[in-house]
Design a protein around this ligand. Structure first.
Ligand SMILES: O=C(CO)[C@@H](O)[C@H](O)COP(=O)(O)O
Length: 252
């Protein structure tokens, strides 16, 4: 069965001066999830915010009543040491912890106090995230081949299977960049092999290119500036949803 359409506005484009209100308002506009961009100034050349801020905005959005349900906080961890922060973000109210493949190999420390010179691998990290009670996502940058994911997705161990794959359609770090249509070949390849997988696209996505993203097979749609910069964000969210729904009903 085709996975359901999930619209996840990226809060990177929100007005941080009224962050809680921006989050609750976006949910009222029809969002399914909130895509929460965590940047550390190491993995990407930009810094956003950490777990204490996530805990504050969580108070403005009801927790999902089921896994992947409405109100899911989809935390996109653009950080160099993803394993270090899993428990902190769980405590803060994160539901889905999506780390970058490129960062995983240097992230074995279990807490901020521990040194992080050990290596881990993405499958172990997915298992660890699940053991901590979170959904797990794995992201790839435009300069990473989709081929790195096949081995991970072939697992027969449910604890090591990601709940979502994120295909970045810009280099991570900043909102408002131009959508890279070349990345949709990765989405197509993933969808061909995994009809039920949650495949997220993120970066420069909006009404002008949602058709291409949906046709390629994306079902989790992140959109920052197109939603927060719109006169009528509810209209943009509805338009994104309509296009993805149309495509997935043809696939069924
Ligand atoms: O992770 C990122 C950027 O690194 C994204 O979540 C963007 O912030 C999405 O914003 P737009 O490209 O839609 O403005």
């Amino acid at each position: 069965m085709a996975p359901k359409t999930i619209i996840a506005p990226s809060v990177l484009s929100a007005d941080f001066g009224q962050f809680g209100h921006e989050c609750s308002r976006t949910m009222e506009h029809g969002a399914d999830w909130l895509h929460v961009d965590i940047m550390d100034g190491h993995f990407v050349p930009n810094i956003t915010f950490g777990a204490p801020v996530v805990a504050k905005i969580r108070q403005h959005v009801s927790k999902p009543t089921e896994p992947q349900g409405r109100g899911t906080f989809d935390c996109h961890m653009m950080i160099a040491e993803p394993k270090k922060w899993v428990k902190e973000f769980k405590k803060a109210g994160c539901d889905l912890y999506c780390f970058h493949y490129e960062a995983a190999f240097s992230s074995a420390a279990e807490s901020p106090e521990q040194s992080s010179d050990k290596k881990t691998n993405p499958r172990e990290l997915i298992r660890y995230i699940h053991d901590c009670g979170l959904l797990a996502g794995i992201a790839i940058r435009p300069d990473t081949s989709v081929d790195v994911l096949w081995d991970i997705l072939e697992t027969e161990d449910a604890k090591e299977m990601p709940d979502m794959v994120l295909v970045m359609t810009v280099m991570p770090g900043f909102g408002g960049q131009k959508f890279m249509a070349t990345e949709l070949a990765k989405v197509e390849a993933l969808r061909r092999k995994y009809p039920e997988l949650n495949i997220e696209v993120d970066g420069g996505v909006g009404p002008t290119n949602i058709g291409d993203a949906a046709d390629a097979g994306a079902n989790v749609i992140v959109s920052g500036s197109a939603v927060f910069g719109a006169k009528d964000p509810a209209e943009v969210i509805a338009a994104l949803r309509k296009r993805v729904d149309e495509r997935s009903s043809r696939r069924r």
